[in-house]
Design a protein around this ligand. Sequence first.
Ligand code: ACO
Length: 200
Amino acid sequence: MFTLRRAQEADRAALYRICLETGDSGQDATAIYADPLLLGHIYAGPYLSFAPDFAFVLEDEAGVGGYVLGAPETRTFEDTLEQAWWPPLRAQFPVPPADPAARTPDERLTALIHQPRRTPGTLLANFPAHLHIDLLPRAQGGGRGRQLMDTLLEALRVTGVPGVHLGVGERNVRAQGFYRHLGFEELGRTPGAVTFGRRL
Ligand code: ACO
């Protein structure tokens, strides 16, 4: 039996672990990265720190088994991270090699710490919010992904957010099917990733 609740600071380690254990196109990425916290520094930690009203978790007797993390105003969120989140991480992790082909998996992530992607303004005009959702295998496939999404989308809607976007790995066809089923439309593709959006 899972319960759904707002995420708390005490969940931080669990969010980082789930981020890693679903970080290879939905599969466990533990064997890929030498530093187990890197994925979480980018895709989980900042949301708990700077958008806690839009962070929800599923919990059962074994602990936290999934989350959805959102940011209502992506540009404001990016600016906040530039001021307050990335600087200490930049001091901690060296600048990776300039040639992307020469980077290790960890260095591909530290490149995102030193040069975070800025979301195109054309996308933000209609879909200013964005989100990440990850459930461990024991929580998947029972309607709980939809439950988490409904909870976050309603929280965004009552805040007055007109639309939400997300990026998903090209290889993660399961999650792509899930988003399409929930009414998201494909907005574009870059090498390796698909962008989806949904009006609220
Ligand atoms: N194709 C079509 N429909 C689907 C698919 C699919 N691949 N997957 C689920 N659905 C449908 C279900 O049948 C269900 O339909 P219904 O409500 O009409 O009966 C509905 O979508 C909801 O399914 P859930 O059971 O809630 O899905 P689940 O709990 O497995 O959550 C998720 C989906 C979030 C992808 C989960 O499996 C997961 O966390 N996977 C691993 C991590 C991952 O890949 N995360 C996405 C990363 S990308 C990002 O965060 C932006």
